[in-house]
Design a protein around this ligand. Structure first.
Ligand SMILES: Cc1ncc(COP(=O)(O)O)c(C=O)c1O
Length: 394
């Protein structure tokens, strides 16, 4: 029996496979340090958990409208209006089970087979995977280490043409921690306007900025009418397993299309998790907990950065946001895959090869600094220092 052709074009998010491999190694008795997946070791803020438990007790366990709980859509529209300085309406919001479905639905909603989509590379792997899955042409825009993982504006202009239907933006970025400059956001808007393309702005790290202020592409005049914004509870509130994400659409027509994709695939996001999610907005104690987490992530970032910088052949960009370090390992003379294997086999540390994020990720590895407390990160560095001479001398 054969699968449909499109299945051969579907990629994958490697982090989940390496997580499974590291869990297997643990079952076999190895003491693995997890830095492969972008997750945190913090508990979900108590008020959110209590909100969901209360909702369960009140039997809020039934279907909801596909676009999501009205109260949450209203609260999120207000939050987005303030944080992005726009007029977001509840009817333009769609609540999804985690952030990822918004990527899938946006591409399904905007791109035909044969159309072109410009996307960041290295970048979150789901973009390339789903673009190819739907039969469109994935056009990688290289995020360059030397410019803090921005792109060359001239290159963007050359890549775009009238077949370009969608431009994907991710700032702050996974896997690089890079933040796009105001000029980059302006250039994307200008190019999208010129070719009448949609913009998809993945802003799931908007609340994890350590230095400077978060800037959404919605700050650029003209972006709003063609931009679908994704944000999620996943990283901000340490809620990866809850699966709560949301999109702000440019108009109600787009929100209705996305909601109908929800209707046809999962019906709606779970009910009680959305009541829990509402607490994050209504309860000021949650913001305090998020601020504490952010402070702690910053400490972890600095410790891991200092340790990696000390390793011969490794050069690290200090990210001002998100939860990843993306060091350049070309100085070791080894490939991304070799460094990944070496860390896993010799130091019991699970990282990801940069190539998990596209071909321009060669020469890098990605480490998440959110999953472990500082002492465990220090242990990872000690392990690496111990085995590194073996890597360099062989
Ligand atoms: C850039 C980016 N977008 C989207 C997602 C998906 O998040 P979720 O777990 O909410 O589906 C992630 C998760 O790592 C991400 O890094």
């Amino acid at each position: 029996m054969k699968f449909a052709d499109r299945i051969s074009r579907l990629g994958t998010e490697q982090a989940f496979h390496v997580l499974a491999r590291a869990k297997e190694a643990e079952r076999a008795g190895r003491d693995m340090i997890h830095m492969e997946i972008g997750d945190t070791d913090f508990s979900t803020p108590q008020a959110i958990t209590e909100g969901a438990i209360k909702a369960l007790r009140e039997n809020k366990t039934k279907y909801l409208p596909s676009a999501g709980l009205r109260e949450l859509r209203e609260a999120l529209a207000e939050k987005m209006s303030k944080s992005r300085n726009v007029d977001a309406k509840p009817e333009e919001m769609v609540i999804t089970p985690g952030g990822k479905p918004m990527i899938f639905y946006t591409i399904l909603a905007t791109v035909n087979p044969g159309d072109e989509v410009i996307y960041p590379n290295p970048g979150f792997p789901t973009y390339e995977s789903v673009i190819e899955f739907v039969g469109a042409k994935a056009v990688p825009l290289e995020m360059k280490g030397e410019s803090g993982f921005n792109f060359d504006i001239e290159e963007l202009k050359q890549l775009a043409n009238d077949k370009t239907k969608l431009i994907i933006v991710n700032s702050p970025q996974n896997p690089t921690g890079g933040v796009l400059t105001h000029e980059s956001l302006e250039a994307i808007t200008e190019v999208a306007k010129k070719h009448d393309a949609w913009i998809f702005s993945d802003e799931v790290y908007s609340d994890l900025v350590f230095e400077g202020e978060f800037e959404s592409i919605l700050s650029i005049p003209d972006a709003r009418e063609r931009t679908i914004v994704l944000d999620a509870y996943t990283k901000t509130y340490s809620m990866s397993g809850w699966r709560v994400g949301y999109g702000l659409c440019p108009n109600t027509e787009m929100a209705d299309v996305i909601a109908n994709l929800m209707n046809n695939s999962v019906s709606c996001a779970p009910n009680f998790t959305q009541w829990g999610a509402l607490e994050a907005i209504n309860n000021p104690a949650v913001d305090e907990e998020v601020a504490k987490m952010r402070e702690e992530f910053k400490k972890r970032r600095d410790v891991l950065y200092a340790g990696l910088e000390n390793l011969d052949g490794v050069a690290c960009h200090l990210p001002s946001a998100a939860i990843y370090l993306f060091p350049d390992i070309t100085g070791t003379g080894r490939s991304s895959q070799e460094i990944y294997d070496f860390c896993f086999d010799k130091a019991n540390i699970a990282v990801l090869p940069g190539t998990s994020f596209g071909r321009f990720g060669e020469g890098y590895i990605r480490l998440s600094f959110a999953n472990n407390p500082v002492d465990r990160i220090e242990e990872a560095i000690e392990r690496l220092e111990k085995v590194w001479p073996e890597l360099l001398n062989n």
